[in-house]
Design a protein around this ligand. Structure first.
Ligand SMILES: Nc1ncnc2c1ncn2[C@@H]1O[C@H](COP(=O)(O)OP(=O)(O)OP(=O)(O)O)[C@@H](O)[C@H]1O
Ligand SMILES: [Mg+2]
Length: 207
């Protein structure tokens, strides 16, 4: 081979090499692009799944709190007032909060009303312990001719309006839903620096 021929061959080889490299480069770029878009789809899918899972979690939590609730064992051995007094003592021993209970229940309380009232009491006191900074909780259980009434009042910081109307507060929602499912109602009010009061009303059957 002559010298110019060699040069030409070398030149051609180099061009081929360059072409190959740039093809490779394009392939790598395309692959990177594909990976990026796969990652994006992955993230979007994951986010969608997480949000769906979140919704399901909230749903399950609500069902657990409202419907799937078994009768509290204390109600197998005590009437509603007695069960609430026992539970109050347990709360007080655990938290150091003073919990006064007065109960004037003159007739038998239907089991589903007793369960609902007991659970609403538990949530109200749990909230007082966890969020209010109160020193005292006063609970009153009474019976009118057609209604069962429960008051739970603490002397803590007072629940804010914003919290009262939040749709993500499952404890508050659960209490209201539970009372509404029995045709009743739960009203909650907070006074800044002066505490929170909850009033539950459940209708008793006329018979
Ligand atoms: N007695 C209270 N005093 C002051 N703030 C309260 C009181 N009860 C509730 N709150 C406020 O209202 C919010 C909502 O209460 P809620 O019971 O719905 O949820 P939570 O107690 O935070 O969580 P959980 O779902 O475990 O019940 C609380 O996070 C708290 O900020
Ligand atoms: Mg709560």
């Amino acid at each position: 081979m002559t010298a110019p021929e060699l040069d030409r061959r070398e030149l051609a080889d180099r061009r081929l090499l360059l072409d190959r490299r740039s093809e490779e480069g394009e392939r790598t770029e395309a692959a990177a692009e594909r990976r990026k878009s796969e990652r994006r789809v992955g993230i979007e899918r994951r986010l969608a799944l997480q949000s769906a899972a979140g919704q399901i979690d909230i749903g399950i939590e609500m069902v657990r709190r409202i419907a799937g609730d078994l009768r509290p064992p204390l109600l197998d051995h005590h009437d509603l007032g007695g069960a609430i007094e026992w539970e109050a003592q347990k709360f007080a021993a655990r938290s150091g909060l003073r919990i006064r209970v007065s109960s004037r229940v003159t007739r038998d309380v239907p089991p589903e009303l007793a369960t609902a009232t007991f659970r609403i009491f538990q949530e109200a006191v749990t909230n007082a312990v966890r969020h209010s900074g109160a020193s005292t909780v006063v609970t009153r259980l009474t019976m009118a001719r057609r209604e069962l009434l429960l008051y739970v009042r603490d002397n803590g910081i007072g629940i804010t309006e914003e919290r009262l109307h939040s749709e993500v507060c499952l404890g508050l929602l659960g209490m209201r839903e539970r009372a509404r499912a029995l045709g009743g109602d739960v009203q909650i009010k907070g006074k800044p620096g002066r505490g929170t009061i909850l009033a539950m009303t459940l209708p008793l059957r006329a018979d």
